[in-house]
Design a protein around this ligand. Structure first.
Ligand code: GAP
Length: 442
């Protein structure tokens, strides 16, 4: 992880937020390459979940919602972690932190930070939602929350979307957006942060059909992660036990990815059967009906919901961890660092290099880069030895490197080097767009 964090900073993927002020706890900024990588990931999700289907509609609901939404959803009363404070060192811990010896509040309980005994408070509930005020008056009537999940924006818009699109149950609503949680134990780079992005889809089904759709979405979502190039051996399902189930869930499976090291297998996505919990709660709290009218059978019902909820940042970390490798190169003394990203999400698709800075090669390489740039993100580089230029692109996951050499200016062909196999093919310069486009489609 240390090597990855360092590469991410050095090459402009991810920076600590407000770094020049000493940083903000567990908040991260995406740099020029990181923003492209995360955008590509989100686009892949949006294409698979919304654009490629006729039964899912998109939505972009606001982050700030009516405060009653969070009472209805159970977040005001239930989205809490038990916390303990140390009176001596003033540090805060989750009450179930395995590093705490003894029962917090008891005289023999020991603070895991300063080691003092008897200084830990009893556990008290701490709500993970960030609060702010709407309007100029900062009193309790003006409290609003930064949403801790995007899902609620979908539930409250269920009828707006269904009626405006004339979708019939079963159908889904998907959205990508920021969520905020005042996590007590954030960390592991972008794994658990206080501000993050979720890609969520709520699929509305007839009661009784929910487990069938739950199984369908479990399989679909695992397939999506495989399609991203995450190694089969690093993916698994984890079924929630009765104790693990969230207050809204009838059944839940996590898609877990093996991050290695001390993290090991961890959730990257949750697939939940939420029953009619959310729509019923919002009907009760708002007093407005959120029922579906089943016209052919002339009846109304409150649909059940199957939810798929994946973190964009956590999946970004998964593809980085999955792709990072250091390897020896045959015939060369220096090894190389490679980010083996799936070509479709790689921030730059091709590096374009003149072999040397003379004999018309830079001019031809510039022409190729300019022509490709309107279709694909490409990077022109003529500085340093060609081997170094290849290495620089390997390290940021660029799948193809195009080199203009002596043969190119006379014969019109260039070499295209594959990042993973290191094989080079000669390709007609006029065919480059089609050649790379074809490879990116797989
Ligand atoms: N609407 C359901 C929901 O929010 P969740 O399991 O709490 O379910 C879903 O979150 C996904 O959001 C997780 O699988 C994870 O990828 C991402 N996520 C949750 N909390 C996060 C955090 N603090 N930092 C980064 N990603 C987080």
């Amino acid at each position: 992880m240390e090597k990855l964090v360092s590469l991410c900073k050095r090459r402009g993927f991810i920076f600590q937020s407000s770094e020049i002020y000493g940083g903000t706890g567990s908040v991260w900024d995406y740099g020029p390459l990181g923003v492209e990588l995360k955008k590509n990931l989100k686009e892949r999700w949006w294409n698979a979940m919304v654009r490629a289907r006729t039964d899912i509609e998109g939505l972009d609901a606001a982050i700030l919602m009516h405060p009653r939404v969070w009472e209805a959803s159970g977040h005001v009363s239930g989205f809490v972690d038990p916390l303990v404070d140390c009176r001596n060192c003033k540090k805060r811990f989750r009450a179930d932190d395995p590093k705490i010896k003894g029962t917090p509040g008891a005289p023999d309980a020991q603070c895991p930070a300063c080691g003092m005994k008897g200084t830990l408070s009893e556990a008290r509930q701490f709500n993970l939602m960030f609060k702010t005020f709407m309007g100029p008056v900062e009193d309790s009537a003006a409290v609003v929350y930064l949403r801790p999940e995007t899902a609620q924006g979908i539930y409250v818009n269920f009828l707006n979307v269904q009626q405006s699109t004339r979708q019939k149950v079963p159908f889904g609503i998907a959205q990508i957006g920021k969520a905020f949680r005042n996590e007590i134990t954030p960390g592991n780079f972008i794994f658990r942060t206080r501000e993050f992005e979720q890609m969520e889809m709520q699929f509305f089904v007839e009661p009784g059909e929910d487990m069938k759709w739950f199984e369908y979405w479990k399989a679909q979502r695992m397939e999506w992660h495989r399609g991203l190039g995450l190694a089969e051996s690093r993916l698994q399902f984890h079924e929630h036990t009765r104790d693990e189930l969230a207050h809204y869930a009838r059944a839940a499976f996590d898609v877990q990815f093996d991050f290695g090291g001390t993290l090991g297998f961890q959730e990257i996505e949750g697939v939940h059967n939420r029953g009619d919990f959310d729509l019923t709660q919002h009907q009760t709290f708002s007093g407005k009906k959120l029922e579906y009218f089943d016209q052919p059978n002339n009846r109304r019902f409150t649909p059940f919901v199957v939810e798929t909820s994946v973190g964009a940042d956590r999946t970004t970390l998964a593809v980085l961890v999955n792709g990072y490798r250091e390897e020896a190169v045959e015939g060369e003394s220096e090894g190389r660092t490679v980010l083996g990203l799936h070509p479709s999400i790689a921030p730059t698709k091709a590096g374009v290099f003149p072999l040397v800075k003379k004999d018309g090669m830079p001019e031809m390489a510039h022409r190729i880069a300019d022509e490709l740039r309107s279709h694909l993100p490409v990077f022109y580089d003529d500085s340093g030895a060609i081997g170094r230029r290849y290495r620089r692109q390997d390290e940021v996951g660029t799948p193809f490197c195009i080199t203009v050499d002596g043969e190119s200016t006379s014969g019109g062909t260039v070499t295209v080097r594959d990042r993973d196999s290191l094989k080079q093919e000669r390709v007609d310069a006029g065919q480059l767009r089609a050649y790379i486009g074809e490879k990116l489609r797989t």
